[in-house]
Design a binder for this molecule. Structure first.
Ligand code: ATP
Ligand code: MG
Length: 396
């Protein structure tokens, strides 16, 4: 019997029309994340199977646990054939090395013509375990060990433990979004949640040197690296925003600084997004968190562009956002105290209910088109690879 990793798709397998595309995207993502680990991947409609040498299983599992689109992961024993007598004999062999006092057997057969049905199989195999292991009892409600037996067309599989996967959809299966990534707590969480829905992320970061430092930029790169653990890589656009910010500061009424600055960010993000074939912007705005995140503010800012904006954390409390940030290990990076371009020119009384018509009037006080073009032309692109494997040089 050899060990093999079985992956179950869960929610994916209910998306009938797209199933093949989803599964092949998942397979490509897994293949990329396991490159270098000598993994052989095969799949059918319901399962994916991964084989490698046993020393690699721990690394493989840690990568699979950060892959969206996986519902469950099992390390199973693959039996040479699915003959019922062989299943019984193998089970007797395997339970010798597993410690438990209470158990139940859960059986599945994907081959419906198999001579024994699932209920019978569980009953008969339960009897086999009782007879061949001293001191064990069946407990169907709260067993210490669940013995899983799956009969498929060619082989049968036995496994004792199930690991939950992250769920969601395979990254890229739902297209691409441009994430406005600042050094704060919210936007990396927003990026993670978008990735979870299968949206591949490119990032855009606005910096204002010399008002913002190289260290602030490196912090954003570290955050992108955390996200890249879930997506393999992140392409980060770094936009020099200094001239735009300084011009707004010089030309526009100060209570409108933030609103107009954010309209410029949106415009640049939308253009980068179009160029990169992203269908949406993604950001970390959360209703009511700051003056620029009132509904009236969001309306005035959003109206500068046409592209839809996804705000995954819009309705979450800060504490819930922080919980996710801790889970994905961005929190400790985000709380490092570096200045952000949004915080360097904060007016004393930012407008809470900005008026769109006034935004347009104030913006027309300077030639923002030329400044936006210049900012985009001078962008710096950082290819951010994940921490675990630095092998994606060719994918960007
Ligand atoms: P965060 O914690 O994500 O920084 P925040 O609560 O500080 O968010 P704002 O500063 O108002 O809120 O920013 C709202 C959103 O705008 C951010 O979540 C991010 O998506 C985007 N944003 C803000 N500053 C920048 C920046 N310098 N570069 C790119 N995106 C930014
Ligand atoms: Mg911020």
């Amino acid at each position: 019997m050899k060990k093999i990793i079985i992956i179950k798709y869960g929610e994916l397998s209910t998306k009938k029309d797209n199933i093949n595309f989803f599964i092949s995207t998942l397979k490509d993502n897994i293949k990329a994340s396991l490159s270098g680990l000598n993994a052989n991947i095969t799949y059918d409609k319901g399962r994916m199977f991964i084989e490698s040498s046993e020393d690699n299983y721990e690394s493989i599992m840690s990568k699979l646990k950060k892959t969206f689109g996986i519902h469950e992961i099992n390390i199973a024993y693959e039996l040479e054939n699915n003959d019922f007598e062989n299943i019984k004999a193998s089970l007797i062999e395997l339970i010798k090395d597993v410690e438990f006092t209470t158990f139940k057997v859960e059986s599945k057969r994907s081959d419906k013509t198999y001579p024994v049905n699932s209920m019978e199989m569980s009953r008969i195999l339960g009897g086999v375990v009782l007879k061949n292991k001293d001191g064990v009892k069946v407990d169907v409600h709260n067993p210490e060990t669940v013995i899983n037996v799956e009969v498929r067309f060619k082989h049968a599989y036995i496994y004792f433990e199930k690991e939950r996967g992250l769920g969601g959809y395979p990254v890229g299966a739902l297209g691409k979004g441009m994430l406005m990534l600042s050094g704060g707590i919210d936007s990396p969480v927003a990026g993670y949640l978008a990735l979870k829905r299968g949206v591949r992320i490119e990032g855009v970061y606005f910096e204002s040197p010399p008002h913002t430092s190289e260290a602030a930029k490196n912090k954003v790169i570290s955050l992108a690296k955390q996200l890249a653990d879930y997506s393999g890589y992140v392409k980060l656009h770094v936009i020099n925003f200094t001239k735009i910010q300084e011009t707004i500061l010089k030309e526009c009424p100060h209570e409108y600084l933030i609103t107009i600055m954010r309209r410029m960010m949106y415009r640049i993000s939308e253009r980068l997004a179009r160029r990169s074939n992203c269908k949406v912007l993604v950001n970390g705005e959360s209703i009511g968190q700051v003056a620029s995140q009132t509904l009236t503010s969001m309306y005035a800012i959003n109206s500068a562009i046409k592209m839809p904006v996804i705000r995954p954390v819009a309705c979450l409390d800060k504490l819930d956002i922080i919980d996710i940030a801790k889970k994905i290990e961005t929190y400790e990076i985000s709380i490092q105290p570096f200045e952000d371009c949004c915080t360097i020119f904060v007016p004393d009384h930012p407008v809470i209910n900005p008026d769109e018509a006034l935004c347009i009037e104030y913006e027309n006080l300077f030639d923002y088109e030329t400044l936006i073009k210049e900012a985009i032309e001078t962008e710096e692109i950082v290819k951010v690879e994940n921490k675990i494997s630095e092998v994606h040089n060719n994918v960007l």
